[in-house]
Every structure is written in structure tokens, then in C-alpha cells.
Design a protein around this ligand. Structure first.
Ligand code: NDP
Length: 493
């Protein structure tokens, strides 16, 4: 048949039978295989190397392609080219993951969902590496590895360990706001089509005229937020561990394309100094009443990957990938992530990971001072100079200012000191506001109490006691209810 591929080895040499090894022994008794059987050796050797290092967090995921369409004029706040021009569309890759569990684990476990989104713009790749809750558990990046280990497996038992989990959070209570969100029913989403995503961090929108604003991103599902109860989540985890991956894939296959509306909250730089909350503290939101959501764009997922490993497993996202018009704030977590994510990709995928299909920019790339290294498969800039300021080939530069390095509100003065993540009463105020939000919806407070109790029941008594105290600081009634429910859950099991 005309389109049937001819089977060859990886270097193109044709082989007649892909199912047979070369044996010694002719037509009679067969035994021994031959070292000259390149097909056998290549097949086995490649199989042993099929896996690449699993992501240390966010290992388990679904992903798809889509498009981002600008729906509202935001030219007054950013000169990001891909956001300028209502109706303008950019291609997008989105990867949604759980955080703690390994690849292949059940989709419906209680966890934060990570939102890795790459927008292929005319000025390079813009990555948004968000979460489905608006706040985070720590505000000092040095705690990040500890936080994640406490949510993973115990070093001796190799089991997930409620004592370890609550011991970490009891002693790092700046995370109480995120804990409240995680143990609400939103910690077990009904599907990936029914979650929101939030930047958490404060970013900057910048303009070529030198002005900038602080922004927080909110990506809200147009399908409506839908969650599972802990009973539903546990049942589905047993029956169909790949429930979310399957749901997203099949929805897109049948043409039922999920979509989201992208908003920003916008703050003047001058407001930041006097604002009630430290805008560089990732454990805090900006209340909607202070900073309403301003619509920007629509995101639609409309294409499944043609190969999961190529497009999703090899995708690497980093908050450091920012196009002109979007810039980092001084949030220490953001600053640290801007280093850590590319560093993780260099380890996991190799130093030339930016050349892999999902990561390579769709706009022209000319980066001749970054070349060679394992797996170089672009032109490697041929004979172009590999040193700066060469007269042998002139390089042009963007003719507009580097908006990522704008000076305004970045003239830092002060002493070098340790970043204090000391927990103060203020850290409980937004957690309490969240508890009240749940109180306005039937059953939501009770569900949070039950969700915590079902997990906390497995911790040591002294750790449980500290957790009861922590929740009592949010609200006395909440602490009391969690204590009662935990004792009840222990008796029941
Ligand atoms: P609002 O009443 O304006 O916002 C409350 C928000 O809570 C809603 O907009 C919704 O976020 C989220 N929410 C509503 N129901 C639930 C639920 N059952 N489970 C989980 N989240 C829910 O008040 P504020 O802006 O003053 O915020 C009050 C508290 O709400 C905050 O302390 C924070 O804990 C939480 N919150 C605030 C957000 C913000 O950016 N201001 C974002 C998300 C939560 P959404 O519309 O994004 O779905």
C-alpha cells in the first residue's frame, strides 16, 4: 500500500522481520542470540532508557492544545503584543497536574492542581505556571522542598503520612489559608474542565512608555466550578484512577471544547506600599471588593496532543518565560521559581530542552550565545560568532525598552536580612474570611470539617492537638468541630 511505512531501524536501515531475533542453530534446535543482531540490541537498550526522570512535583498530568483570544482592550495597562488587539489569537499548550503523587497515581486525590500554560506569542513564549487555588502554603522559597516532602512519602515507611503532613503545617502556619482551600471540596475537582486557576503571585503589566501596574491573574472556568465530595473522590480513585485525564481527552475528542475567561486584578504601584496586605506574600489574596476582576481574554482547549510523551511529558514551563509587557514582582517565591523551574528542566530533559517541540518558540529565535550541549538538533547557528560584540555578524536588538527590567518601584534600599516568615494574627484573617464564604453555601463548612478529620485522624495525637489549635485560631467553632469530627472518625475506623 502506498502510505504504509517501510519498517527500518532508527538509523533507517530496513529490517525484514521486526519480531525475530537472529539465532544460532539453523533449522534445527535454536539457541543463543548474536551480538550482530543490531535490531535486538537497539530494541532492548532503548526500552531500558524509555523513561526520563519524573518531575519531582507535578508528575501526573493531562494536557492539551488550544487558543487564547483577546476579548477586551488592555492596551492601557500592558504592551504585551499577544494581548493587544481584540480578537487576536495565540496558540496555547496547557498541562494540568496534581502536585504530590507520582505519575500514574489517582487523579481524584485531594491536592492542589498545577496549571502549566505556554502561550506561543510573536515575541516568544509566555508561560503561566499557576495553581487552582489562589494562595500558597509558604511565602519563603527555602521551605518549598520541605513542604513538598511533607506531602509525599515518609522516608522509612514509604507511605504518605498524616503526622508528617500536619507536623509541617502546624509549625508553618502561614499556610493556613491554603490549607483551608485544599480541604474545601475544591481540593477534589469533579474534572479538570471545572477548575479555576490563579497566578497567586503578583506580577507586573508593563508598557513601552515605561509605566507599569501590579496584577494578579484569575482564570475562571466557563463550565462552572464543580467538585467531588471525599466519598465520591475515593470511589472514583478506585474505579478509574485516570478519571480526569480521560474526561479531558474525551471531551476534546468529541468537540466539547472547554473554555475559561482570563481576568486580572490591577493595582497602581503607589497603592502597594500602603495596602492592607503585603502584595509579595503568596499566602494572601487581594479581596475582590478592593480590586475587581477585569476581563482580558478567552482560553479554549480544542486539540489533544498527537503524542503524550512528545507534547506533554517533554513540556517544560517556567515563570521566568515572560514576554515584553509582563514582568516579575519582588515576590520571593516568584523570584526563586524563576531560577528553579528552568534548572529542573535542565536536569529532567537536558540542557537543550528549549529545542524540544512543545518548548520551542513559534516566533524567530536567535540566541547564539547559548549553543552546543547534549542533543543539539537545531542549526546551532552555523558559523555565527559565539561571542558578544563581534563585528563579523551584527545582531539587532529590540528597539523598545526592556520592560522586564523597569526601574519604577524597583529601587530597593535596605539591609540584607533573613526573610521573616514569622506567623502573625493577620495570617488567619483571610482564612477566616474563606471560612465565612463557605458558611454562605449549604454544607460547605461541614464538608471542610469532614475532609480535614478524614486526613487528620491518621496523625499522632500530639500532632492532632496542635492542628486543632491552629484551626481554632481561624475560628473557635471550626477548631472545636474539627476536634469532634477527628475523634469521631478515629472511633469509626
Ligand atoms: P468574595 O466574596 O468576593 O470572593 C470569595 C471567593 O471565594 C469567590 O469569588 C470564589 O472564588 C471563592 N469561593 C466561593 N465559593 C467557594 C467554595 N465553595 N470553595 C472555594 N472557594 C469558593 O470575597 P473576597 O475577595 O473578599 O475573598 C474572601 C475569601 O475568599 C478570601 O479570603 C479567599 O479565601 C477566598 N477567595 C478570594 C479570592 C480573591 O482573589 N479575592 C479568590 C478565591 C477565593 P472564584 O470566584 O475565584 O471562584
Amino acid at each position: 500500500m502506498a502510505n504504509t511505512p517501510l519498517y527500518t531501524l532508527a538509523e533507517g536501515c530496513p529490517v525484514t522481520d521486526p519480531t525475530a531475533t537472529q539465532h544460532f542453530g539453523g533449522q534445527g534446535v535454536k539457541g543463543l542470540v548474536l551480538l550482530q543482531d543490531t535490531q535486538l540490541i537497539e530494541t532492548l537498550a532503548h526500552f531500558a532508557r524509555e523513561r526520563i526522570p519524573e518531575r519531582v512535583v507535578h508528575a501526573s498530568a493531562a494536557g492539551a492544545f488550544g487558543e487564547l483570544e483577546v476579548t477586551h482592550d488592555v492596551s492601557d495597562i500592558t504592551s504585551a503584543a499577544f494581548l493587544n488587539g481584540v480578537g487576536k489569537k495565540s496558540k496555547v499548550l496547557l498541562r494540568i497536574s496534581t502536585v504530590g503523587p507520582e505519575k500514574g497515581s489517582a487523579d481524584t486525590v485531594r491536592d492542589v492542581r498545577g496549571w502549566g500554560m505556554k502561550v506561543y506569542t510573536e515575541e516568544g513564549n509566555q508561560d503561566f505556571v499557576f495553581n487552582d487555588i489562589p494562595v500558597f502554603f509558604v511565602r519563603d522559597p527555602i521551605k518549598f522542598p520541605s513542604l513538598n516532602r511533607s506531602h509525599k512519602r515518609h522516608p522509612r515507611t514509604h507511605l504518605s503520612d498524616p503526622t508528617m503532613f500536619w507536623d509541617f503545617h502546624n509549625n508553618n502556619q502561614e499556610g493556613i489559608h491554603a490549607i483551608m482551600q485544599l480541604f474545601s471540596d475544591r481540593g477534589t475537582p469533579a474534572s479538570l474542565r471545572h477548575i479555576n486557576a490563579y497566578s497567586g503571585h503578583t506580577y507586573k503589566f508593563t508598557k513601552d512608555d515605561g509605566t507599569s501596574k501590579y496584577v494578579k491573574f484569575h482564570i475562571k472556568t466557563n463550565q462552572g466550578v464543580q467538585s467531588l465530595t471525599k466519598e465520591q473522590a475515593a470511589k472514583i480513585a478506585g474505579e478509574n484512577p485516570d478519571y480526569h485525564v480521560e474526561d479531558l481527552f474525551t471531551a476534546i475528542e468529541r468537540g466539547d471544547f472547554p473554555s475559561w475567561t482570563i481576568y486580572v486584578q490591577v493595582m497602581e504601584l503607589s497603592d502597594a506600599e500602603a495596602y492592607r496586605w503585603n502584595i509579595f506574600d503568596m499566602t494572601k489574596v487581594w479581596p475582590h471588593s478592593d480590586y475587581p476582576l477585569r476581563p482580558v481574554a478567552k482560553l479554549t482547549l480544542n486539540e489533544n496532543p498527537s503524542n503524550y510523551f512528545r507534547d506533554i511529558e517533554q513540556a517544560a514551563f517556567s515563570p521566568s518565560n515572560m514576554v515584553p509587557g509582563i514582568a516579575p514582582s519582588a515576590d520571593p517565591m516568584l523570584q526563586a521559581r524563576m531560577f528553579a523551574y528552568p534548572d529542573a528542566a535542565r536536569y529532567r530533559l537536558g540542557v537543550n530542552y528549549q529545542q524540544l517541540p512543545p518548548n520551542s518558540a513559534k516566533s524567530p529565535v536567535y540566541s547564539p550565545y547559548q549553543r552546543d550541549g547534549f542533543m543539539t538538533f537545531n542549526s546551532n547557528y552555523g558559523g555565527d560568532p559565539n561571542y558578544v560584540r563581534s563585528t563579523q555578524r551584527l545582531v539587532a536588538f529590540r528597539d523598545k525598552p526592556n520592560t522586564n527590567a523597569q526601574k519604577l518601584h524597583n529601587n530597593w534600599v535596605g539591609e540584607v536580612c533573613d526573610f521573616s516568615s514569622e506567623v502573625i494574627d493577620d495570617d488567619f484573617i483571610q482564612a477566616k474570611a474563606f471560612w465565612e464564604v463557605l458558611g454562605s453555601q449549604s454544607g460547605q463548612q461541614d464538608n471542610l470539617v469532614g475532609n480535614v478529620a478524614a486526613h487528620l485522624k491518621g496523625a499522632l495525637p500530639e500532632v492532632q492537638k496542635e492542628a486543632f489549635k491552629m484551626f481554632s485560631q481561624v475560628d473557635q467553632d471550626l477548631g472545636k468541630k474539627i476536634k469532634e469530627a477527628t475523634i469521631f472518625a478515629m472511633v469509626e475506623s
